[in-house]
Design a protein around this ligand. Structure first.
Ligand code: HEM
Length: 484
């Protein structure tokens, strides 16, 4: 999309800057005309000033995974019910309370990095960083939602839960590709795989959910530990006068847990990879990040985890680290929202009388363009974590509607606080102990071919794949330890 916008002048020579919207008709690949919005203040009109419903493709996409019982694809009123029950679980206060559990999982990640480092500060063997970060995010989501340790990071085959989810996502993605061109929503033989995956997912999650729900003292069981599931269940109990959730509610809870696993795992894991890439390419920023960690968490890196476990609020003092994560999400926004256009709903650009109709369109918020717009972001193509510390009134101070990696408004990303905290903790606990560097030569050697490989903008590492922009080849890296 960025390429299309950068090259708009080829088709519209008078254009001085990207157009605020672009209507794209790529039927049959996508069913409706796509209205691509490249201006944050316009995106705010359909996500914040008014929150239009999510486009019907979202329901079709999620149906194999959740039977549309989840908060994203359930009909309007059910969606609101589940969103309001889960919102408190994902609040900053609650996520801060979960920091010690998150640290347990990140320490496993860090130990595994240590095993990949070479001896005496040497670079180690090449490996795919994304595999490690994906397993980490699975472990974190299960821990945060149910205080369950999945141990995905030390399970080489992948747990049945992960295998089933990945297979289901593969099936779901087909609705956007060749199947649509052929006019086929789902192939009949996929029904069996879909059912098998759902049974595996149900088996992996239901026991854990039922252990709580069938507890003879449900109210006490859910208040024991403030997990995401328990808080949502307390809310449900308060709303229903203490009744044990019926089968339909249990199914909706399971659907939402599957949604969290789906929506939260590869978005967060790829962002962690992109953050390491940006820090590798901007060594001055890595140095500043390490300086901040030394000053807030002390110079003894071995104490950082216990310090953060005892005083999780220290994470709020890591303002530069926060800027690093926000800049990573500005450069690599991995997801976005698509809303259903409406008959009497028009978008407008400030300072112009032009009104853009939305009826019959799928309105796409396009953060990959909005977040790199030179007219809104000074030095847009530079990785500058300090812009997130710039005071209001400073030209570097970010425009509030122009940073939208989690979308905005009442249907934004419910898991954004969890994601931000997880990524900041990874930066805080890993960056002072290891250097992480792309290792393409070693990777090519391991693949048995040194032939020239494809690059994008001169880079071997670029975003590709379905649903979110995965780092190419899972980001082959090697690591070295900075301390003995
Ligand atoms: C860096 C990591 C993440 C990014 C970039 C991201 C981005 C987004 C975006 C752009 C949306 C809006 C999608 C739409 O409108 O269709 C969204 C929705 C959502 N996200 Fe995230 N997300 C991240 C992590 C997470 C995590 C960790 C979780 C949960 C554990 C999560 C759960 C959800 C859910 C449930 C929704 C749907 C909300 C609704 O429909 O009301 N996300 N996310």
């Amino acid at each position: 999309m960025k390429w299309l916008v950068d090259n708009c002048n080829q088709w519209i020579p008078d254009l001085k800057r990207p157009p605020p919207v672009l209507y794209l008709d790529i039927w049959p690949v996508f069913p409706d005309v796509m209205m691509m919005v490249f201006d944050g203040s316009m995106s705010a009109q359909f996500t914040q000033a008014r929150s239009l419903p999510k486009h019907h493709i979202t329901r079709t996409f999620l149906e194999p995974l959740t039977d549309n019982l989840d908060m994203t694809s359930a009909d309007g009123s059910q969606s609101k019910v589940w969103r309001s029950r889960f919102n408190p679980s994902f609040s900053p206060r609650n996520i801060t309370m979960l920091i010690p559990e998150l640290i347990d999982e990140i320490m496993v990640f860090k130990d595994l990095l240590g095993k990949m480092a070479g001896p005496s500060g040497q670079w180690g063997d090449v490996f795919q960083l994304e595999e490690r970060t994906t397993s980490l995010t699975f472990d974190v989501i299960l821990r945060a939602t149910m205080d369950e340790r999945l141990h995905e990071q030390i399970n080489a085959q992948g747990s049945p839960l992960k295998q089933a989810l990945i297979s289901q996502i593969r099936l779901m993605s087909k609705v956007l590709g060749v199947n649509r061109i052929l006019g086929i929503k789902r192939w009949p033989w996929e029904a069996w795989t879909r059912q098998r995956n759902n049974e595996a997912l149900r088996k992996a999650l239901l026991g854990r959910v039922e252990a709580i729900i069938k507890s003879p003292h449900l109210a006490d069981a859910v208040s024991e530990k403030k997990t995401i599931l328990n808080i949502a269940l307390s809310r449900t109990l308060a709303e229903t006068g203490g009744e044990t959730p019926d089968q339909r509610s249990v199914d909706a809870i399971l659907a939402n847990l599957k949604l969290f696993l789906f929506a939260g795992h590869d978005t967060t894991s790829s962002t962690i990879c992109w953050m390491f890439k940006l820090l590798q390419d901007n060594p001055n920023c890595l140095a500043k990040l390490r300086e901040e960690l030394n000053s807030v968490l002390g110079e003894d890196v071995t104490q950082a985890a216990s310090l953060l476990r005892d005083s999780p609020q220290l994470l709020n003092n890591l303002v530069y680290t926060n800027g690093v994560v926000k800049e990573a999400l500005r450069f690599y926004p991995l997801a976005s929202t698509v809303r259903q256009g409406e008959r009497d709903f028009f978008l407008a650009v400030s300072g112009s009388d032009m009104r853009y109709p939305t009826e019959g369109t799928a309105i796409h918020d396009v953060p990959s363009v909005i977040q790199l717009d030179e007219h809104v972001w000074p030095r847009a193509n530079e990785f500058l974590p300090e812009r997130w510390i710039a005071a209001q009134g400073d030209p570097m101070h970010p425009n509030k509607d122009a940073w939208r990696p989690f979308s905005m408004g009442p249907r934004n990303c419910i898991g954004q606080e969890l994601a931000m905290v997880e990524i900041k903790l990874v930066a805080a606990l890993v960056c002072r102990e290891f250097d992480i560097q792309e290792a393409w030569d070693k990777w090519d050697m391991k693949q048995g071919s040194m032939k020239p490989k494809e690059t994008v903008d001169g880079q071997r590492l670029y975003g590709c794949g379905q649903t979110v922009q995965h780092p190419k080849d899972g980001m082959p890296v090697h690591v070295r330890r900075l301390y003995a």
